[in-house]
Write a protein of this length. Structure first.
Length: 446
């Protein structure tokens, strides 16, 4: 357990990431969805009304830094607590001191880094003090709180999800490091256009990695009098990556994902693997690639092979679980499967067509027979009248109207004959034929 260590000045020999740690919200990089003007967390901090909360996010996104900023702004006693080195004895000592402070009218904010490392018994030791208000708990974790934190404790905390920093966030942070006196502002450092963007791409959303890499690059730069020059050769050695992308305006980023997408659509597995490797080896976020594959599975394959969606979701989870470089094989698995699968864009065109009607006919009423009728008044108004429960019928289908009158006969989804979608088309034709037959029979009875 450490107390007041948050306010110690870094020594001259401290790492760049430590020297450049933000001290105000204005210096804080990223997390605008939480800390932008008017956002809930920003208002809680500004008003010194911080309640118990959990910061959940990947490494290097500012969880501990945000706690330090809160420490500087709050009027409460702020205690920094490590889940790695502290046991139940230390927890109880701090809790008892906080309870004494509460009785004297003092507030205590307890910051617990890596709170997921606490076992159930250790977490339970916090619970009564959080309930009584003896402490305001702020926990930081890289693991899903739903699985790693006791439900009773979690229910008393607001979870704020911190996102991986964007390449733009990191590039701005690196530029500040070159001009800030706490960083390299006293040095004359020259680097070619695009180098900071390459470091940002390599860091993969982690500010600590970005600053550590910049520090290594500067320390290994070529000295020319008072000037330190960063060359492509030095950069390549420090990041152990060939400089494959990204250009400054991000065009090459979109060119590469387009090349991957169109190679898979064209069933060219060899080209798709190459473009995948180009992206990953240049520092692209594997989760970004995985998300694009999930989209492709339904947009370009869909019902022709519904397993494609299962494969891509599994690949995304694998990337989340183990990260780079091990997850490259899982992404290759998914890319090859998508490339070789039968193709159909019928689901994509179906939604786009339905979206057009939906936007132009937003006020179209839901037919009475398929409306929900939870109250007697609704039933009296005819809600649910004439509803036909498909499971009550031998064929498990009915001739009940489900589209609004003005849209009767619309066909959005038109299955192709590719792969499994051929069976879907056959089944849809059978259903259409059955309904047409029922319609003729009903007309004959009139």
């Amino acid at each position: 357990m450490q107390q007041q260590s948050l306010f110690e000045n870094p020594s001259a020999g401290a790492p760049l990431a430590s020297r450049l740690r933000p001290e105000t919200l204005e210096e804080f990089a990223g997390q605008r969805h939480l800390l932008g003007e008017g956002k809930v967390l920003r208002q809680l901090i500004d008003r010194d009304q911080v309640s118990s909360m959990i910061f959940w996010g990947p490494p290097g996104v500012g969880k501990t830094t945000l706690a330090r900023i809160i420490a500087r702004r709050t009027k409460a006693e702020f205690i920094d607590f490590s889940a790695v080195t502290s046991g139940i004895k230390e927890i109880k000592e701090v809790m008892n001191r906080a309870e004494r402070g509460r009785l004297m009218g003092d507030k205590t904010i307890l910051f617990v880094d890596e709170i997921h490392r606490f076992n159930k018994a250790q977490q339970d030791a916090f619970l009564p003090f959080v309930e009584k208000g003896s402490i305001t708990l702020i926990g930081a974790t890289t693991e899903n709180p739903s699985f790693e934190i006791n439900s009773a404790l979690l229910s008393r905390c607001k979870v704020f999800v911190l996102q991986a920093l964007t390449a733009e966030d990191l590039t701005g942070l690196l530029r500040r490091a070159l001009t800030d006196p706490r960083g390299f502002g006293e040095m004359d450092i020259r680097c070619e256009d695009g180098m900071l963007e390459m470091i940002a791409a390599f860091a993969n959303g982690d500010a600590r990695v970005a600053l550590s890499t910049l520090e290594m690059v500067v320390l290994n730069g070529e000295r020319e009098g008072m000037v330190t020059r960063i060359t492509p050769e030095v950069l390549e050695q420090c990041i152990s990556k060939k400089s494959l992308l990204y250009d400054k305006n991000g065009e090459e980023h979109y060119n590469l994902i387009s090349a991957l997408h169109k190679s898979m659509r064209n069933s060219d597995a060899q080209a798709a693997i190459y473009w995948l490797a180009r992206m990953l080896e240049a520092g692209e976020d594997p989760l970004y690639v995985a998300r694009r594959l999930v989209r492709f599975a339904s947009e370009d394959i869909g019902m022709a092979d519904s397993r494609a969606l299962e494969i891509t979701v599994a690949a995304y989870q694998a990337c989340h679980f183990i990260g780079m470089p091990e997850c490259t094989v899982h992404l290759t698995h998914a890319v090859v499967y998508l490339s070789m699968a039968p193709k159909s864009n019928a689901l994509y065109t179906a939604y786009e067509s339905a979206k057009k009607d939906a936007m132009e006919m937003l006020a179209e009423p839901v037919p009475l027979q398929i409306r929900n009728a939870p109250t007697r008044l609704m039933k009296e108004q005819g809600y649910g009248k004439g509803y036909q429960y498909a499971h009550d019928f031998e064929e498990k289908i009915t001739d009940m109207q489900c589209l609004p009158d003005s849209l009767q006969g619309r066909r959005y989804y038109r299955p192709t004959g590719e792969g499994s979608e051929a069976r879907v088309r056959e089944r849809m034709a059978q259903i259409d034929a059955w309904r047409e037959q029922r319609k003729r029979e009903n007309k004959g009875k009139e």
